[in-house]
Design a protein. Structure first.
Length: 377
């Protein structure tokens, strides 16, 4: 095992987002040694998620740049800082954008994964990143920054996984797969025999479809304005396919007509407040549950109060409600035991220096997931 990195700065390649709306630039960056309770990870594979695109093109938070994006990855522990007992160099891991400190009141409650300690201390490592480039501090997105050959993460935000797991596949468990699957299973708590609708068929939505199927849903409507996504949705268990562009009435009305009043569960996996409203209003009155999964902070979400008064429930879900240190290794095991599809999400494999091509593919709806390799031969 490489011990050289201990206490030394590593110089390596990373994709730096210098400013919003611009291509990422492959730069030589310095990655500082891990400090107390931190680990330095060699990133073996990283997926590209729509949230990376949201930050780059939509969020408009200029003050967060320059930064290194990427939060859906798998790698190997390269070195550990003082006080780290849970990890050793060589361990296979998945970095977590929601940590699990196991101590805060949120970690202690079985109701949520919103670790308070990690969210404050590691997710916004804005002032305290371990990256520098050309003499400048580079901010660390979501506490992970996986579009880099190496990164440093607090041990609270790392899950140790089965050493036999193929990292170039299970990296997707670090965000998209847990997010969608868990939104159906943990947050919506889909029941056997129910009817579901999933809006948006990227990796997150397809994982939600897979979760609905695993929970025993009898009908799963796959809704997307890009009909090229329907074939893939079938692979994950969708039974019916709806393109809102094919109708001249609201999609909630279309679904209500197809389901005798609305679906039991709906999941919004787009990140669009209008779609969030449609998803809620597609649910049946009385008991329908709608889960917001798509990410946006740009607009308020709205509906008429009567929609809720009539008995619908509107919920949200981050990382599928999974507590990462517990949930991620279990999801990896489920994949190794052939109980969870993962390979089927990967439509493209590229090298880290093709990161901008991967961004273009996602922008134009031409991929499900691209897995980037930071260390091509
Ligand atoms: P993606 O870009 O791969 O997929 C989005 C899909 O939505 C595309 O297939 C697109 O055609 C479809 N779509 C766009 N507009 C639509 C509309 N009006 N109606 C129906 N479908 C529409 O994205 P992804 O990586 O799967 O991520 C999906 C969303 O989930 C993003 O908003 C992302 O930021 C969010 N996300 C949330 C969490 C969380 O923890 N809550 C985690 C990861 C990602
Ligand atoms: Zn993500």
């Amino acid at each position: 095992m490489k011990t050289l990195g201990l206490c030394q700065v590593i110089k390596c390649k990373a994709a730096v987002a210098w400013e919003p709306n611009k291509p990422l630039v492959i730069e030589d960056v310095e990655v500082a040694p891990p400090q107390a309770n931190e680990v330095r990870i060699k990133i073996v594979a990283t997926g590209m998620c729509h949230t990376d695109l949201y930050i780059l093109f939509e969020s408009m938070k200029k003050e967060s740049f320059p930064m290194i994006l990427g939060h859906e990855a798998a790698g190997i522990i390269e070195s550990v800082g003082p006080g780290v007992t849970e990890f050793q160099p060589g361990d296979k891991v998945i970095p977590l954008f929601i940590s699990q400190c196991r101590e805060c009141r949120f970690c202690k409650s079985p109701k949520t994964n919103q670790c308070e300690k990690g969210w404050i201390e590691t997710q916004h490592v804005l002032k305290d990143s371990r990256f520098t480039c050309k003499g400048k501090k580079i901010e660390q997105f979501a506490g992970t920054s996986t579009f880099s050959q190496y990164t440093v993460v607090n041990q609270m935000a790392v899950a140790k996984i089965d050493p036999s797991a193929p990292l170039d596949k299970v990296c997707l468990i670090g965000c998209g797969i847990c997010t969608g699957y868990g939104a159906a299973v943990n947050t919506a708590k889909v029941e056997p025999g129910s009817t579901c609708a999933v809006f948006g068929l990227g990796a997150v939505g397809l994982a939600a479809v897979m979760g609905c199927k695993a929970a025993g849903a009898k009908k799963i409507f796959a809704v997307d304005i890009n009909p090229e996504k329907f074939e893939k949705a079938k692979v994950f268990g969708a039974t019916d396919f709806v393109n809102p562009k094919d109708y001249d009435k609201p999609i909630s009305q279309v679904l209500a007509e197809m389901t005798n009043g609305g679906v039991d569960y709906s999941l919004e996996c787009v990140g669009n407040v209008e779609v969030m409203r449609s998803a809620l209003e597609s649910c049946v009155k009385g008991w329908g549950i709608s889960v917001v999964v798509g990410w946006t902070e740009l607009h308020d979400v709205a509906t008429r109060p009567v929609q809720l008064i009539a008995g619908r429930t509107w919920k949200g879900s981050m990382f599928g409600g999974f507590k990462g240190k517990d949930g991620v290794p279990e999801m990896v095991k489920a994949y190794l035991g052939k109980k969870l599809l993962v390979d089927e999400f990967i439509t493209h494999n590229m090298t880290l220096d093709q990161v901008n091509d991967a961004i273009e593919l996602m922008k134009h709806g031409k991929c499900i997931r691209t897995v980037l390799n930071p260390f091509p031969q």
